[in-house]
Every structure is written in structure tokens, then in C-alpha cells.
Write a protein that binds this ligand. Structure first.
Ligand code: ATP
Length: 346
């Protein structure tokens, strides 16, 4: 129905013997979203993808596509397609034949297939490679063929299982941009699975962070990065300093905590614990500023630089905080000037 999300996972649990791969997962995906499932190995990413694709049946719960229950429907009857990590291209077929394969299965006529092959090859800039075999293509080109083949039958939902895993770092960054741009231009719904947090941040409209078969956090890349809902998310997404202290209380939208006798104020997570409870602050490395004189404000501590590592685009600085029993912090500053935004060089 018109108001139904494109996809609804409704209370999905999946057990393999004693292993609970997914634990009561409920999730809506809107038409045109680029949703990334992110999490460490074994958290249930591939299982979710396989259930969406119809390759696996949930132990409990339902899969709805535009409001229709497709839980027991086989993959070929779902209007869902998949791009695999190893591309799974047919080696004995040319690029054109690979792209045409799903169209023939759909029962399309010859001239219609030819027109669609031409259209999709033009769209993904593969016209020059139509007669080549997969072995005669580069990794990036193969990836584009796999994507073309999956998009050709015009699926409502495209599932991508770590599709960039086989590419080297430089090509991977380029293909990430390409993939995102293709998704925008087609306005297709992409369900992307990765364990690479940088890739997730770069490409997604929305990231679902999974851990042990459960959703840890579901939000935009910015929300997850700047306001992680849990320690797990703070550590998993980007680099951070974790400061363990004690909760003093709240002040409007802020929480106030004690860190070795120092006062820290920060953004409050949902469900603030009671006063006196142990609490962990997450401070991003690029958020630390340096001053010659200690400012008389909260979140200001005195420390010493004990190490610097040149990283090209930035410099990592190791600090010992004398005010906090020698606690260790790490910061990023400008590699050339040694400055954080608007502050003293270190
Ligand atoms: P990875 O990043 O390593 O691919 P993942 O997040 O995709 O991991 P899943 O493959 O979904 O994780 O697996 C989730 C859990 O279910 C794991 O503990 C895994 O061992 C288990 N599991 C997955 N498939 C099976 C299976 N066919 N039989 C038994 N256990 C399985």
C-alpha cells in the first residue's frame, strides 16, 4: 500500500541450533534509501541480507515488501536482486550476456533485452566492454558489470554483500563514490552490508549498527558519529577517547560528569543513568583543542604532549593529562601547523 515502507522486517529471529544470529529484529526501509548494515563479524549482517533475499527463512517474524508478506517466497519471485562479494559473474559469458541473463529469466523478448542491455551499459559506462569476458576486465569493471547485471531487471531492492571487498584501497574509494552516485541517479533502494565503518560513513543515508544479532543504533552517519548511543558504537565508528567517570547530574540537555576530579560536560545520551553511576564520555580525536593557558571552563584539562605521529593529512598527538592522574588521550591536529582549529600549536 502507498503508506507502507518498501521493506519491513517485523520481529525477525533466526536461530542456527543454539546460535541466535538475529534477535527480534524490526526495521523499516524507505524507497530510495541507501541503508548500510554495519557490524563486526558474526553480528548477523549476512543472515539479514539472506533473509531479505529469500535465501534463508527466519525462525520467527515476517518480511514485508510494500506491505505484502513475502517471508516464504523464493528469491526469484521477490523483485529483489543481489550483488555478491566475488561478483559471481558467469565466466563463459560476455559482459552483454551476463547483463542479459536475468532478463531472459524474466521472460523478456529478444529486442527488449537488447534495448535494456544497451541502456544499462550506457548508464554504467560499459559500452566498450560488451563483448569482453569477465577475465578480460579489471576489478572495478567487473564490479560495474555485477552491478549492471543486478540492476538490469529493475529490482525494487538491491542487496549488496560487501561488494567492494575484493578491491584495493584506492580503487575502492573510487568505486564507493561511483556506487553512491549510481544509487542516487537510479533512486533504487540499496541494502549494503559491510564491516568497514569508513565505507559505511562515506556512502550511506542511514547506518544500522548491529552487534550480536541486535540493533545497537540506527541513524544517519552524522548521528552515529557525533552522538553514538552506546560505547560499542562510539568505539566501532571512527576513533575516540573513552573517559570513564562518574555522573554528577544533568544540566538542560547536557550531562555533567566527574573525571578524576575534573568537570566534563557533554551531550546526554538517551536514558541518563542515576546520579553517581559510572559513565563513559566519548571524545573524538579531532574535537580536542589546544590552548597555551588553561581556560577557566568545563572540559579544560592540563596535559603534556608525549608523542606525535605524522599521518600525511593530519598529525596524531599523544597526551598525558596530569590533571587526571596521567590519563592518556589522543588528538588529531593539522599536520603542517600542528594546530587544532583556531588554537595554539602543539
Ligand atoms: P561476517 O561479517 O563474518 O560475514 P555476519 O555479520 O554477516 O558476519 P552472519 O553470517 O549473519 O554474520 O552470522 C551470524 C551468526 O550466525 C554467526 O554466529 C554465525 O556463525 C551463525 N551462522 C550463520 N550462518 C550459519 C549456518 N548456516 N549454520 C550455523 N550457524 C550459522
Amino acid at each position: 500500500m502507498a503508506n507502507d515502507p518498501l521493506v519491513r522486517l517485523d520481529g525477525i529471529t533466526k536461530r542456527f541450533g543454539d546460535t541466535v544470529a538475529l534477535d527480534n529484529l524490526t526495521l523499516d526501509i524507505a524507497q530510495g534509501e541507501f541503508v548500510t548494515f554495519l557490524g563486526p563479524s558474526g553480528c548477523g549482517k549476512s543472515t539479514t541480507l539472506r533473509i531479505l533475499g529469500g535465501f534463508e527463512q527466519p525462525s520467527e517474524g515476517r518480511v514485508l515488501l510494500r506491505g505484502e508478506d513475502v517471508t516464504r517466497r523464493p528469491p526469484e519471485k521477490r523483485n529483489v536482486n543481489m550483488v555478491f562479494q566475488d561478483y559471481a559473474l558467469f565466466p563463459h559469458m560476455t559482459v552483454r550476456q551476463n547483463i542479459g541473463f536475468g532478463l531472459e529469466l524474466k521472460g523478456m523478448g529478444k529486442s527488449e533485452i537488447r534495448a535494456r542491455q544497451d541502456e544499462i551499459m550506457a548508464f554504467l559506462e560499459l559500452e566498450a566492454f560488451g563483448d569482453r569476458y569477465p577475465a578480460q576486465l579489471s576489478g572495478g569493471q567487473r564490479q560495474r558489470v555485477a552491478l549492471s547485471r543486478a540492476l538490469a531487471p529493475d529490482p525494487a531492492l538491491l542487496l549488496l554483500d560487501e561488494p567492494l571487498g575484493a578491491l584495493d584501497a584506492k580503487l575502492r574509494a573510487q568505486v564507493q563514490q561511483e556506487l553512491k552516485s549510481i544509487q542516487r541517479r537510479t533512486n533504487k533502494t540499496f541494502f549494503f552490508v559491510t564491516h568497514d565503518q569508513e565505507e559505511a560513513l562515506t556512502m550511506s543515508d542511514r547506518i544500522v549498527v548491529m552487534s550480536n544479532g541486535r540493533v545497537e543504533q540506527d541513524g544517519t552517519p552524522e548521528e552515529l558519529y557525533f552522538h553514538p548511543a552506546s560505547r560499542f558504537v562510539a568505539e566501532f565508528i571512527g576513533e575516540t577517547n573513552l573517559l570513564n567517570g562518574e555522573l554528577r547530574g544533568t544540566d538542560g540537555d547536557a550531562v555533567v560528569m566527574d573525571w578524576f576530579g575534573q568537570t566534563l560536560r557533554g551531550h546526554a545520551p538517551a536514558g541518563v543513568p542515576p546520579k553517581g553511576a559510572p559513565i563513559t564520555a566519548s571524545v573524538r580525536l579531532e574535537k580536542l583543542d589546544f590552548h597555551k593557558e588553561r581556560p577557566a571552563t568545563a572540559n579544560a584539562v592540563q596535559g603534556r604532549v608525549v608523542g606525535k605521529t605524522f599521518l600525511g593529512s593530519r598529525m596524531a598527538v599523544d597526551l598525558t593529562v596530569e590533571d587526571a592522574q596521567g590519563a592518556h588521550l589522543k588528538a588529531y591536529v593539522d599536520a603542517e601547523t600542528g594546530q587544532s582549529v583556531g588554537d595554539a600549536p602543539v
